[in-house]
Design a protein around this ligand. Structure first.
Ligand SMILES: O=C(O)c1ccccc1N[C@@H]1O[C@H](COP(=O)(O)O)[C@@H](O)[C@H]1O
Length: 206
C-alpha cells in the first residue's frame, strides 16, 4: 500500500514527509487551494528528496494545456485530477502521466466501471469537499470500493488504520489533518500518519 502526503509547499515539508517514509508527495496547483504552490517551488521540493518518492500534481478544473505545462515545469511523476471531467480529458493527461482520478462517493461505481481496464488510471475516492478534512462513511462504501483504488478524505494519524481495515485501499492520501496550518506540515502528525498506515498494512488481510 502507498502513502501520499499532500499539500507540500516547501523543501522542509518534502524532506519531512520523505524521511517519515511517504511514497508520494502531493503538490496542489488548484488556484482555490490554501496550499497552492508554484511549479518552481514544487520542482525544488521534489528535487530535494530521492527519485523513488513520487511527485504528484493536484489539479481541479484546469485546462489540459495548463496541466501538462505545469507537470513538465514542476517535474511531476503523476497527476491527480479532481472535478467533473470528460473521459477524453483524462485520457489526454494519461497519455503523458499516470493519473489518480479522484471521485466522490456518488460517482464511484460508474467511474470504477469506466476505468477498470485502463492501467494508466487509478481511482481515488475522496470526500465531496477536497482538502476539507471530513472523513467518509467507510462502512457504507465497502460494497462499491474497487480493488486497487486509493482512499482520501479526512484521513489522519487517528483514523487511517480504521479506514484501511474497512476498505483495504491500495493507497491513502491526506492533507488537512497533517498540518499546523494550511501549507505548513505538523511534523509529528506526518510521522504518526505514515507509521499508522504502514503498521496497518502489515496486518490487513489482502
Ligand atoms: O487540499 C486542498 O486544498 C485541495 C484543493 C483542491 C483539490 C484537492 C485538494 N486536496 C486534496 O484533498 C484530498 C483530501 O484532503 P483532506 O485530507 O480531507 O484534507 C487529498 O486528496 C488532497 O490531495
Amino acid at each position: 500500500m502507498k502513502v501520499k502526503v499532500c499539500g507540500t509547499t516547501s523543501v522542509r515539508d518534502a524532506v519531512l514527509a520523505a524521511d517519515a517514509g511517504a511514497d508520494a508527495l502531493g503538490f496542489i496547483f488548484a488556484p482555490v487551494s490554501r496550499r497552492l504552490v508554484t511549479p518552481q517551488a514544487a520542482r525544488e521540493a521534489g528535487l530535494s528528496v530521492g527519485a523513488t518518492v513520487a511527485r504528484v500534481g493536484v489539479f481541479l478544473g484546469q485546462g489540459l494545456d495548463e496541466v501538462l505545462r505545469v507537470a513538465d515545469a514542476a517535474r511531476l511523476s503523476a497527476v491527480q485530477l479532481h472535478g467533473p471531467l470528460s473521459s477524453l480529458y483524462v485520457e489526454g493527461v494519461a497519455a503523458y502521466y499516470p493519473v489518480l482520478r479522484v471521485v466522490r462517493p456518488a460517482e464511484l461505481a460508474q467511474a470504477a466501471h469506466m476505468w477498470r481496464t485502463d492501467p494508466r488510471v487509478t481511482l481515488m475516492l475522496d470526500a465531496p469537499e477536497p482538502g476539507g478534512g471530513v472523513p467518509l462513511d467507510w462502512a457504507a462504501l465497502k460494497a462499491d470500493f474497487p480493488a486497487g483504488a486509493w482512499l482520501a478524505g479526512g484521513l489522519g494519524p487517528e483514523n487511517v488504520a480504521q479506514a484501511i481495515g474497512v476498505l483495504g485501499p491500495a493507497g491513502v492520501d491526506a492533507v488537512s489533518r497533517l498540518e499546523a496550518r494550511p501549507g505548513l506540515k505538523d511534523a509529528a502528525a506526518v510521522r504518526a500518519f505514515v507509521q499508522a498506515a504502514r503498521s496497518t498494512q502489515a496486518s490487513y488481510p489482502q
